[in-house]
Ligand binder design. Structure first.
Ligand SMILES: Cc1ncc(COP(=O)(O)O)c(C=O)c1O
Length: 374
């Protein structure tokens, strides 16, 4: 198959000799879990971000679950969050038999709107869970002013910075990163919780390891816990990925700039917002919104791209309109109009650090053809 007929994938990790060697070293050491790579990865990650502490976990979902427990979310509570997110941010609230209470999003940044979130607070609200969607920093100073515990879903936002220069995830609230293979860096599966408070880190470290405190014997446990541990194999990959993180982030930003330029003359096409007022996106996905009122639906566009050898994805569907959320909480269309409008038109295009300029051109031409019906 020639380069211009090969299917262009949605995402592709950058892995090389350093990751291979790191995995081999762990295999040869015989210590595949609970070994030295996990704390080494935590320290390196915290340092990279400027965060005080970091706890490695088996996934972003596991990290969100532990972070919500750590700020005290429990049975019957409410947590205000965004309906425009990957489903895990809301699911982890439900894990604790608390209720995810959605509020609408900002039409420009696509993040939870602080004013809408404030209006959704009730006496049962115990936390707010903003999501830095598509790597764009949520307005944390505005959420901080609401005076409730915060958990940040930063799973898509490695490399992002707030206007005050602080990295997303380094403000002290528990913030959760994800390392699935499409993320800015990967460990296959995995996640990290960054936090400012040593006591909160201690609780997370214990609960990820079956409720065991560091000074306890192997089968002694003083609280309910889970197995949310990251393996040493995964941590070793993470350490190697951290070494190349800056370069991968730069490459993602370059690909995003190429897309922005190439797509700018497609009339009515919505592009990811530019960085505003000093906030800086950590590029994760390149999501376009098909023109409002276009004859083709989002799914038609995805089909048209597939026929032209370009993978794409409806990203993201509104969480409150998913079957589980409709059936469990009685949600219906019309509740969060900004989110619903954006979700119905959003398509993620192929996006990864090694996407070549020719591939950006092919995706752009395919999208142009589909939208123009040629
Ligand atoms: C916004 C958001 N939250 C949570 C998650 C869950 O992370 P993981 O897949 O590592 O469990 C993801 C990752 O896909 C995500 O994008």
């Amino acid at each position: 198959m020639s380069a211009d007929t090969q299917v262009i994938p949605l995402a592709q990790p950058v892995l090389g000799a350093a990751e291979e060697q790191a995995v081999l070293d762990v295999l040869r050491s015989g210590q595949l879990s609970l070994g030295p790579r996990v704390p080494a990865f935590e320290h390196a990650f915290a340092e990279q971000l400027g965060a005080t502490h970091a706890s490695a976990v088996s996934s972003g979902t596991a990290g969100l679950h532990l972070a919500l427990r750590a700020v005290g979310v429990s049975d019957g509570d409410e947590v205000v969050t965004s309906p425009f997110s990957f489903v895990a941010s809301a699911n982890t609230v439900a894990y604790e038999r608390a209720r995810p209470v959605f509020a609408d999003i900002d039409p420009v940044t696509l993040n939870l709107d602080p004013q809408a979130a404030a209006a959704a607070i009730t006496p049962r609200t115990t936390a707010i869970l903003p999501v830095h969607i598509f790597g764009y920093p949520a307005d944390m100073p505005a959420f901080e002013r609401l005076g409730l515990p915060l958990v940040e879903d930063a799973c898509e936002a490695l490399g992002a910075r707030h206007a005050d220069g602080v990295a997303v995830g380094a403000r002290g609230h528990p913030a959760v990163f994800g390392f699935y293979a499409n993320k800015q860096m990967t460990t296959g599966e995995g996640g990290m919780v960054t936090v400012g408070d040593a006591g909160v880190k201690g609780r997370i470290d214990s609960e990820r390891n079956q409720g065991r405190a560091p000074d306890m014997g192997w089968l002694d446990h003083d609280r309910l816990g889970f197995n949310y541990r990251l393996t040493d194999l995964a941590a070793a990959i993470g350490l190697a990925q951290l070494e190349r993180l800056d370069e991968m982030l730069t490459d993602r930003a370059r690909v995003a700039a190429s897309y922005r330029q190439a797509l700018s003359d497609i009339e009515g096409l919505g592009l990811p917002c530019e960085d505003q007022a000093g906030d800086r996106r950590g590029w994760f996905v390149f999501v376009v919104q098909i023109p409002r009122g276009h004859a083709l639906s989002r799914d038609d566009v995805i089909r048209g791209l597939r026929e032209r050898g370009v993978q794409s994805k409806p990203y993201l569907p509104a969480i409150h309109l998913m079957s589980f959320y409709r059936e469990t909480y009685g949600h219906r269309e019309g509740e969060f109009p900004v989110c619903e409008d954006v979700a119905a038109r959003s398509v993620a295009l192929p996006f990864f650090p090694e996407l070549a300029p020719g591939q950006v051109d092919r995706v752009t031409e395919a999208l142009r053809e589909v939208l123009e019906g040629s």
